[in-house]
Every structure is written in structure tokens, then in C-alpha cells.
Design a binder for this molecule. Structure first.
Ligand code: FDA
Length: 383
């Protein structure tokens, strides 16, 4: 047996933050076991060989937070370059700002709205009024943007993304999509928005470089757990895989396919599309968005690289499918998890919940503190 104070399954953000805290704050021994051949979980990025451009393997990652503790914490492991994300969508053949703002509405409906008050009035006339709380994603979207924007953007995009009618999905899916009553074309409203200057993978190198931390790649936790003696275990993989031996139904996920395309000889700064991310909500195309990494961090290359995203079932588990059946199934798994001695389930897969990076970080930090007590400011620069 190999003995450790703490064993962690999964080297994504949740596992890496827990590992860093135990090693640096409590001087405990940690092993982090990762079934992929790299650290970083879904935040993993690398330099594409053909173009020299840094790309993310599991989809575009934009860091944004309103939590000053998280912002302080991430400063410890990377330099950051300010970046405010803007997205456009191709709707009726035109590039319009996403989330919907005054310009989106003016362009699509040939209007001349200029003030927040006019936009509020326009939205209020469009919105479908219900005498109950919106029960599903269709009602939620109709109550927020009305039928015309729903049919042009929300309805076709939701079907492409989820392969389900919005009426089959919980209201939270379309509730999350912001709608602006002003000219703000930023995708996120958070005060801290930035990209790690040397990429995301470098943050994980820095989180995990402590001498107390052993990292084992290409290793499935379930294949090695009988060889480990751990005082405490943190499991950050899918909760249903932990209880797979019980034969319950699996939790449903939506996944993505990324088709890589290189456009050659664009010139050093030449790009293919106007923004880093261009959404394609319309039913006329089978992809949801195109991502062009050359837009980030002033990267230069003779070529450019695109990733064309299509949603699919199966493959890597990305987005939990929020319907009643899955929520009930998750609660069963949660009940089992609560009975496991000395095992904590942490992160987006173990909680069957979409977390942004900042949420994953704060959850991990708070869990560490809950399990160990808060440290003094002197010892902990982020206290
Ligand atoms: P994560 O999935 O990263 O890590 C879990 C790790 O556990 C994986 O590496 C997995 O291989 C490993 N594992 C699973 N089972 C195992 C086993 N049996 N044995 C060993 N290892 C095992 N957030 C944000 O703030 N801004 C953004 O722009 C985006 N964009 C984005 C795009 C897409 C497509 C997705 C899916 C997600 C985002 N995110 C995001 C969210 C971000 O990716 C997320 O917050 C973090 O990856 C969460 O980190 P975790 O460690 O919880 O999971």
C-alpha cells in the first residue's frame, strides 16, 4: 500500500485546488490521480503545432468572477491579461451582439431604440405574461424576450445545443442567458475578466508543483484505489461512475464535438471571423459556434485555426441535462455519497452541476476550510 494523507481523483480545477491547499497550508501528503494523460481537467490548453496558436482542448475558457477572494487566489498561480469577452451571432445572415442588447434588436427588427427606457418598453411589449412562474425553458425564454427573439435565437439554439425542445428542459437553461436593456456588448458583467497570460495548463503546473503532491496521469482511480491508504479522499469524477457497481441508471450528459480546421496564409494578424466566438443559432447550419483562438492574447501566426462546435450525446460529459428525471436520479446518488466514510464528492461532475471556473475554485476553497478550519491571514495570503 502507498499511504497518503489525502487522495484526490481528478486533476481538474477542483482537485488541483484541494491538492494545493492541503500541501501548502497543512503540509500534508497528497496524491492526485488523473485518468487522462494531462493535468487541467477541462481547462487544459496547449500550443497547436501546425499554427503555433494556443488552443483549449475542451472548448473555449474565459475566466470571469465577481469574487475578490477567487481573484486574489488565482493571482498566486499566474499573470493575467485583461480580456472582456464579446460574442456575436449570425442571425438572418447578419452579425448581431449576443447576449441580446439594443443593437441586436435594432439590427434584427430595423428599429431605432436609443435608451434603456425604450428597450424596457419594447421588451415588455414582446414578453409573454404568465400567471405562474415559468415552468420550463420555453416559458422562461418567452417571458423574458417574447416570441420573435425566441423563434429567431433561443428556440433553434436550444434544440441544437440540447436536442430537446425548450419545453422539455428546466427553466434554468434559458434563465441563465443574459438579456441587456442597454448597449453593453460584453458577454459577462463580472468586475474581474481576464485570461491567464501563459495559458491555463501553466496554472495547474503551478498549483501542483509542491513537493508534497504526487501526480499520476493515465491512471483510473478505480483501478488503483485498492493500492492506496488515504486518510481522506476527494472524488471529482462523475458521481454515477463511483457507484457504477450498483447498476443504477447513468446520469445524462450533453457533449460537444470540436472539428479542427486550419485556414492557411491569413497573414500574421489575419483572422477568419470578427470575434473569438461566433454563435450560429439558426436551424440552417448543424453547428452551434465557431471558435478562433488567434483572437486571444495578441497571438500571431501565418495561419489561423478554427474549432467548429457541434453538440452531441455520448463522449466527454460536459453539460448535465437538467430535467426532473436526472435531478431525481442525482438525488439518489447524493444520498449514497452522504453515507461514504471519509470521501468528499467535489466539483462539477460529482455535483452533476455546471460550474464556472470561479465557482469550482470557491467551492474547493470553502470545502477545504470547512473540513480543516479557516487559516490565519498570516499563513494564508488569501484569507
Ligand atoms: P473537470 O471536469 O475539469 O475535472 C475532473 C477531472 O477528473 C477530469 O480531468 C477527469 O478526467 C478526471 N476524472 C474523472 N473520473 C476519473 C477517474 N475515475 N479517475 C481519475 N480521474 C478521473 N468555465 C468558465 O468559468 N468559463 C468558461 O468559459 C468555461 N467554458 C467551458 C466550456 C466547456 C465546453 C465546458 C464543458 C466547461 C466550461 N467551463 C467554463 C467550466 C470549467 O471547465 C469547469 O468549471 C472546470 O473544469 C471544473 O473543474 P472540475 O475539476 O470540477 O472538473
Amino acid at each position: 500500500f502507498q499511504e497518503y494523507d489525502v487522495c484526490i481523483a481528478g486533476a481538474g480545477l477542483s482537485g488541483a485546488v484541494i491538492a494545493e491547499r492541503y500541501a501548502s497550508q497543512l503540509n500534508q501528503s497528497v496524491v492526485i490521480i488523473e485518468k487522462r494523460n494531462h493535468i487541467g481537467g477541462n481547462c487544459y490548453d496547449y500550443i497547436d503545432e501546425e499554427t503555433g496558436i494556443r488552443v483549449s482542448q475542451y472548448g473555449a475558457h474565459l475566466f470571469h468572477t465577481d469574487n475578490s477572494r477567487v481573484w486574489k487566489y488565482v493571482q498566486l498561480f499566474s499573470d493575467w491579461t485583461k480580456y472582456e469577452h464579446e460574442v456575436v451571432g449570425v442571425v438572418n445572415g447578419k452579425h448581431v451582439p449576443i447576449p441580446v442588447n439594443i443593437e441586436t434588436v435594432n439590427t434584427l427588427f430595423d428599429l431605432n431604440i436609443t435608451s434603456t427606457e425604450e428597450m424596457d418598453n419594447w421588451l415588455s411589449e414582446e414578453q409573454v405574461k404568465y400567471d405562474h412562474e415559468p415552468k420550463n425553458s420555453e416559458e422562461m425564454a418567452l417571458s423574458r424576450v417574447g416570441r420573435r427573439l425566441y423563434e429567431l435565437i433561443f428556440h433553434p439554439y436550444t434544440i441544437k445545443q440540447w436536442n430537446k425542445e425548450p419545453s422539455e428542459l428546466g427553466p434554468e437553461v434559458t434563465a441563465r442567458i443574459p438579456v441587456r436593456n442597454n448597449h453593453d456588448s460584453r458577454y459577462f458583467g463580472d468586475p474581474f475578466q481576464a485570461l491567464p497570460t501563459s495559458g491555463y495548463t501553466a496554472i495547474f503546473d503551478n498549483l501542483l508543483c509542491h513537493p508534497n503532491i504526487d501526480v499520476r496521469l493515465d491512471t483510473d482511480y478505480f483501478k488503483v484505489r485498492d493500492t492506496l491508504r488515504c486518510k481522506h479522499t476527494y472524488f471529482t469524477g462523475p458521481i454515477d461512475t463511483y457507484f457504477a457497481h450498483l447498476g443504477y441508471k447513468k446520469l445524462e450528459y450533453r457533449s460537444l464535438d470540436f472539428e479542427r480546421k486550419v485556414v492557411r496564409d491569413t497573414g500574421e494578424r489575419g483572422t477568419f471571423q470578427p470575434k473569438f466566438v461566433v454563435n450560429h443559432p439558426s436551424a440552417g447550419t448543424d453547428f452551434t459556434r465557431i471558435v478562433e483562438y488567434k483572437h486571444l492574447l495578441n497571438q500571431t501566426s501565418d495561419h489561423t485555426i478554427l474549432f467548429v462546435e457541434r453538440s452531441k450525446d455520448g463522449g466527454e460529459p460536459y453539460y448535465p441535462v437538467p430535467n426532473e428525471e436526472n435531478k431525481a436520479l442525482y438525488r439518489r446518488y447524493q444520498g449514497l455519497a452522504a453515507k461514504e466514510d471519509n470521501v468528499t464528492f467535489v466539483g462539477r461532475l460529482a455535483n452533476y452541476k455546471y460550474f464556472n471556473m470561479d465557482q469550482a475554485i470557491i467551492n474547493a476553497l470553502e470545502l477545504f476550510e470547512k473540513d480543516n478550519g479557516v487559516l490565519s491571514q498570516e499563513k494564508d495570503p488569501i484569507a
